[in-house]
Design a protein around this ligand. Sequence first.
Ligand SMILES: Nc1ncnc2c1ncn2[C@@H]1O[C@H](COP(=O)(O)OP(=O)(O)O)[C@@H](O)[C@H]1O
Ligand SMILES: [Mg+2]
Length: 377
Amino acid sequence: MMQPAAVALGLRLRVLAEGPDVSAAQVITPAPVGAASDAEALVAFARECDAVTFDHEHVPTGLLAAMAEVTSVQPGAEALVHAQDKIVMREKLTALGVPCPRWARVASPEDVEGFAAGAGWPVVVKTPRGGYDGKGVLVVDSAADLRSGPAADVLAEWFARGELLAEERVPFTRELAALVARSPSGQAAAWPVVETVQRNSICHEVTAPAPNLSDDLAAEATDIALRIAGGLGVTGVLAVEMFEVERDGVVDVVVNELAMRPHNSGHWSIDGAVTSQFEQHLRAVLDLPLGSPEPRAPWTVMVNVLGPASIEARHADLYRSYLHVMAHDPGVKVHLYGKEQRPGRKLGHVTVYGSDLEQVRERARHAAAFIAGEIDE
Ligand SMILES: Nc1ncnc2c1ncn2[C@@H]1O[C@H](COP(=O)(O)OP(=O)(O)O)[C@@H](O)[C@H]1O
Ligand SMILES: [Mg+2]
């Protein structure tokens, strides 16, 4: 999704791909193949680039430094580590005075139980590194579940690899995301705060701007994201996932986690904003003046196309349903990623924008459900 923006800006992208068939390698050449943990491949790749950036956070911190010796790496390792490691992130956000759920570093089931004594059950336990789409997030309901059963088994495996992050389970009213971009020289731009809906911890739907969000809370959420971007020296796009909470009638936000790259909560901006998150990321990491993050319409809704639970022959080819969707509603923007179908995998997304939120949402949901094969009318 960064390639069309690069073409328009007159920039040449190259991609270090995890495999020859991954989405990015289908549309960007050259696309040498190399793992994110392969020091030699990373440095050889970096030598060929004027600047290097990322579409996931999982390049080991030490290897970022090796790349930074041969080219400009944006965001830098000192910033990126806060999106790589959820414990480092919690420590830093707490130091910056950013509102977070109650949390603790835990090394054993006993530590989890000790944390729950103060924070209450259930407890959300997370692997500090390597998680995405809910992989690496476990809700533990009770002390008994720590001792035996599926949760205990998962935890035993995770603890064998190191410390974990424990968090109170936040009784959120909804999830929000504040998306901003920051350039090395410190210019920043913020898109409107969006509402995100996760199912099974996977992002499903995003509405921009978040409906019924007061101007004050939108400003506070944006301010938190800009403070984090500045405080951590972020360059490029920063997505701050947040929980909206209501305590004693007062609505507030606490920060869930950070992503330092174009993020699913910003895909709506490709069609729905004057400057998409992909264009803005390129402008930011190259220290070019940033573009306007203004929305094109009062409402934009993005719905992910997820791989169906069971793949019937009828939907084996997503492009057949794509034809129907195009004919049915010419205002729908469909994006497919050229990925092989797997249950729950993000295969693409659709975006609709307009002035009637209910209609926009209905059209986007219908198109995504049709392409995913959840409905056939
Ligand atoms: N402390 C928490 N309280 C309540 N729900 C949570 C908490 N942490 C995570 N979740 C839920 O799990 C989802 C995934 O967790 P997250 O830490 O964002 O992991 P990932 O890296 O997989 O996105 C969140 O979007 C939210 O729905
Ligand atoms: Mg998340």
